[in-house]
Design a protein around this ligand. Structure first.
Ligand code: BGC
Length: 383
C-alpha cells in the first residue's frame, strides 16, 4: 500500500517533471541512481531500473543524466546500471534491478539478440520492459520501444555526403557502419544506402572499401542479410580503436584513384573522430567530408574546427522524457501513446519515434546552444 501511495504522489510529480524536461527546466531533487556498473551495495527498493550499454561513450552519459534528472526530480526511486560492453553484465544488471523490486525496466541492449534472455526474466518477474534506443530482438518480452528515427539518421548522413560531394564523378566513398549486434546499425545503413545507392549505381560515387557493397550497387533495397554482409566488411563495432585500425588498413591498401577528395560515411561521432584523424593524416587525401551522429561534445568541437563535417542531433532529453512518460502510464495502468511499430523478428513492438536534426557548422549554435543542450563555454570558437 505504501508503495502504491508513493507511486501516485510520484506520478503527479512526474507528470510535471516530464513536461519540465521537455521544456528544458528541472529542479534538483536527489535520486538514488547508481552508476557503478553491474552491482551496487544499495538495498533500497527501486521502481524504475535503467540499463545502458557503456559509460565509455559520452552519448550514454547524456542519457544517464536525463534519466537521473527526470526520474529523480519526480521522486521516483531509480537506478542506472551500465553493461560495459558485456551481455553477461547486462543480464546481471537486469537481475539486480529485478531483485530490487522494479516495476519498469528501461533497457538499451548491448546486443539486441542476446538481451532477449534478460528481458524474458524481467517479464517473468512481472516487470514491464521498454526497449530504449536499440531494439531487443527475437522475443515477445518487449512491451514498448522508444527510439529516434534511425532510418532518417542514415538518410541524413547519406544526403549530406551527396550535397557536399566534390563536382564530377568517380568520387571515392568510404563506408563504415556500427556493430552488427546492434539492430540500429542495420537501420542506419539502410537509410544511408537509400540515398547513396543511386549515386553509386550511376558512377558518381565509387565505394573504396567494400567489395560486397560494390557487388550490390545496382540494388536499391537490400535484404537484412545483404546489409549484414556489407556490415561484415565495414563494421567499427562502435569501437573507436576498431574504427581507427579499419580506416588505416583501408587507406594503406587504397589505390591512388581512391585518394584525393573523398567522402566518408562514419556511423557515429566517436568513430567519426577516429576515422577523421586517420584521413587527416594521410598526405594523399586532399579533402574529406565525414558524417557522424549524437552531437557529442568532442565532435561539436571537431565541427567548429572543421575536422568533422556534420553530426546528427538526437535530443536525449526527448527520448528519456518519452520513456519516463511511458513508464508513468504503465505504472498508472494506462496504455502509453505510440505512433508506430517495429518488428523485432518475433512481434510488432509498439513504438514511439522521435525525429532528428542535422547539425553543421552553420546551425551548431542554434541547435545545441540556444536549445540549452550545451553551454557555449564548453567550446572554443563558437559563433
Ligand atoms: C545509437 C547511437 C550510438 C551507437 C553507439 C546506437 O545504437 O543509436 O546513438 O552512437 O549506438 O553506441
Amino acid at each position: 500500500m505504501r508503495k502504491f501511495v508513493k507511486k501516485l504522489i510520484g506520478l503527479a510529480l512526474m507528470a510535471t517533471m516530464v513536461m519540465g524536461a521537455m521544456t528544458g527546466c528541472s529542479s534538483n531533487a536527489a535520486s538514488n541512481s547508481g552508476t557503478a556498473g553491474s552491482n551496487t551495495s544499495s538495498t533500497a527498493n527501486v521502481q524504475v531500473g535503467i540499463v545502458l550499454p557503456t559509460k565509455d561513450e559520452p552519448r550514454w552519459l547524456q542519457d544517464q543524466k536525463q534519466f537521473e534528472t527526470i526520474l529523480g526530480d519526480a521522486g521516483f526511486t531509480n537506478q542506472v546500471l551500465f553493461s560495459q560492453g558485456s551481455s553477461a553484465t547486462e543480464k546481471t544488471n537486469v537481475e539486480t534491478l529485478i531483485s530490487k523490486g522494479i516495476d519498469v525496466l528501461i533497457i538499451c541492449a548491448q546486443d539486441g539478440a542476446a538481451a532477449s534472455a534478460a528481458v524474458e526474466e524481467a517479464k517473468a518477474a512481472g516487470v514491464k520492459v521498454i526497449a530504449y534506443d536499440r531494439l531487443v530482438t527475437g522475443t515477445d518480452a518487449v512491451d514498448y520501444y522508444v527510439t529516434f528515427d534511425s532510418f532518417a539518421v542514415g538518410a541524413a548522413q547519406g544526403q549530406y555526403l551527396i550535397d557536399n560531394a566534390p563536382a564530377g564523378s568517380g568520387i571515392p566513398l568510404y563506408l563504415y557502419a556500427g556493430a552488427a549486434t546492434d539492430n540500429n546499425a542495420f537501420i542506419f545503413f539502410e537509410g544511408a544506402w537509400s540515398v547513396l545507392q543511386p549515386k553509386i549505381a550511376d558512377g558518381t560515387l565509387v565505394v573504396a572499401n567494400s567489395s560486397e557493397a560494390i557487388n550490390l550497387k545496382d540494388q536499391a533495397e537490400l535484404t537484412r542479410e545483404q546489409i549484414g554482409t556489407i556490415i561484415g566488411q565495414i563494421t567499427t563495432d562502435w569501437d573507436f580503436n576498431v574504427a581507427k585500425s579499419k580506416a588505416e588498413a583501408n587507406l594503406t591498401s587504397a589505390s591512388a584513384s581512391a585518394k584525393g577528395d573523398v567522402l566518408v560515411l562514419a556511423p557515429n561521432d566517436g568513430t567519426a573522430r577516429s576515422i577523421a584523424d586517420v584521413f587527416a593524416s594521410d598526405k594523399d587525401i586532399t579533402s574529406y567530408v565525414i558524417t557522424g551522429q549524437d552531437s557529442e561534445k568532442a565532435s561539436v568541437q571537431y565541427i567548429i574546427d572543421g575536422k568533422q563535417s556534420m553530426t546528427v542531433f538526437k535530443d536525449t532529453r526527448t527520448l528519456a522524457a518519452d520513456s519516463v512518460a511511458m513508464a508513468m502510464n504503465i505504472l498508472e495502468g494506462k496504455e502509453p501513446a505510440t505512433d508506430t511499430t517495429y518488428n523485432n523478428d518475433k512481434i510488432d513492438v509498439p513504438a514511439k519515434q522521435t525525429s532528428i536534426v542535422v547539425v553543421t557548422k552553420d546551425n551548431v549554435k542554434q541547435a545545441l546552444i540556444d536549445s540549452g543542450y550545451y553551454n557555449s563555454s564548453e567550446f572554443t570558437g563558437i559563433k
